[in-house]
Design a protein around this ligand. Structure first.
Ligand SMILES: NC(=O)c1ccc[n+]([C@@H]2O[C@H](COP(=O)([O-])OP(=O)(O)OC[C@H]3O[C@@H](n4cnc5c(N)ncnc54)[C@H](OP(=O)(O)O)[C@@H]3O)[C@@H](O)[C@H]2O)c1
Length: 346
């Protein structure tokens, strides 16, 4: 079955998705009867493209790879490459699924939240890797989707393509999840790993993370725990049905951890990790983000470098731990694909 897809935002993740859809076209058709037709793209600076007959993906990837805009798409009529606000693109496209992949604003969730709500009001399923709408407006958006008989899926928001929500929804279906504990930020895990394994101080380890592209020039969101905090809120609200706000959750990052702290923990047989934690206690959700000394027997203690991991405490299976990438072009493009395939299967 053919699925018409519209993209809002065509940066790293959007182009990762397009690459996968192109390279795996035959496999996806044979394995799932899934045929993707990308019919619209709206991006802030790269421009817009609305082609009901389908966009040629290699052409778009070549254009963007060469630093050109979508306005240079060959043989398109002027109306098809006219710059469009995503809100207008949603009205104009026949896409049944909107993949929202613009920037994360963790204070307001905008403008992505408005795009998502408009798409749902126009009868389109939405998949997104954007933490903002998921952390701030999850229940409102999910209810809107349900009211309209549509899906709002967010696999990529917590651990990129490492399948946290698919695991809970499908693989662990029938279990009650009571507690989650995870390494949800690759940058801080990379820094702590370097501090322990190479005896680096915090400053040089952070500088190395920046040099290698793991940390932003302004690393605050990572090192002060704000990124992990948004993910803990998303996990709590999706898995426990809670309605936590980021301001409800105590949050401490790793910027005050010293090499001496890391070495002292190691001498005692422990390892520092930045842990996002959420648990149902007396019917309420308690959550936190903080650096913790884990015993080496904890599965999370063995997770090194920029990897992410999450342990889920379940009633039937006990502890289940999943580990994998927490970022990346193809990894997060895959998260979007996995949600599109979930819509397709339904
Ligand atoms: N990259 C990862 O590994 C990863 C992992 C997990 C989650 N995520 C999340 O996934 C989303 C996309 O990430 P990314 O790495 O692809 O970011 P990116 O490379 O910066 O791409 C974002 C794209 O969205 C476009 N955009 C921004 N505002 C827009 C607007 N108002 N309307 C239309 N287009 C707009 C940008 O356009 P211009 O550049 O043309 O201005 C850019 O092309 C973010 O929310 C991010 O937090 C990313």
């Amino acid at each position: 079955m053919e699925q018409k897809i519209g993209l809002i935002g065509c940066g790293t993740v959007g182009q990762g998705l397009l690459q996968i859809l192109h390279e795996k076209r035959d496999y996806l058709r044979e394995a799932f009867g899934f045929e993707a037709r990308v019919v619209a793209i709206a991006d802030k600076l790269k421009g817009s493209l609305v082609l009901p007959d389908g966009i040629d993906i290699p052409t778009v990837l070549d254009l963007l790879g060469a630093g050109k805009g979508l306005a240079e798409y060959p043989k398109a009529a002027p109306a098809q490459v006219e710059p469009l606000d995503p809100l207008d693109m949603i009205e104009r496209t026949e896409a049944a699924i909107i993949a929202e992949m613009t920037y994360t604003d963790i204070k307001t969730g905008e403008p992505a939240a408005s795009y998502i709500k408009k798409a749902l009001r126009h009868g389109k399923h939405v998949v997104t890797s954007n933490k903002g709408p998921a952390a701030l407006h999850y229940h409102e958006i999910r209810d809107l989707a349900r009211k309209n008989g549509l899906q709002f899926r967010i696999e990529g928001t917590v651990m990129s393509g490492t399948p946290v929500f698919h695991l809970a929804e499908c693989g662990l279906a029938g279990n009650a999840v009571r507690e989650v504990k995870g390494i949800l930020n690759g940058t801080t895990n990379f820094i702590l790993t370097k501090m322990e394994t190479e005896g680096m101080d915090y400053g040089p380890a952070l500088a190395l993370a920046q040099k290698l592209g793991y940390a932003e020039a302004d690393p605050t969101a990572d090192v002060e725990g704000h990124d992990a905090l948004a993910k803990v809120v998303i996990l709590s609200n999706v898995l426990f049905g809670g309605s936590l706000k980021t301001s409800d959750v105590p949050c401490q990052g790793i910027s005050s951890i010293t090499k001496a702290d890391v070495e002292a923990a190691k001498a005692e047989g422990f390892r520092y990790k930045l842990i996002g934690h959420a648990k149902i206690e007396d019917g309420a959700v308690a959550a936190s983000v903080s650096p913790r000394k884990l015993p080496l027997t904890d599965p999370l203690a063995g997770v090194m470098g920029a990897q992410n991991a999450l342990s889920l405490e379940t009633d039937l299976m006990g502890k289940v731990t999943i580990q994998g990438a927490g970022a990346g072009k193809l990894e997060t493009g895959f998260a979007i694909l996995s949600d599109i395939l979930a819509v397709h299967r339904c």
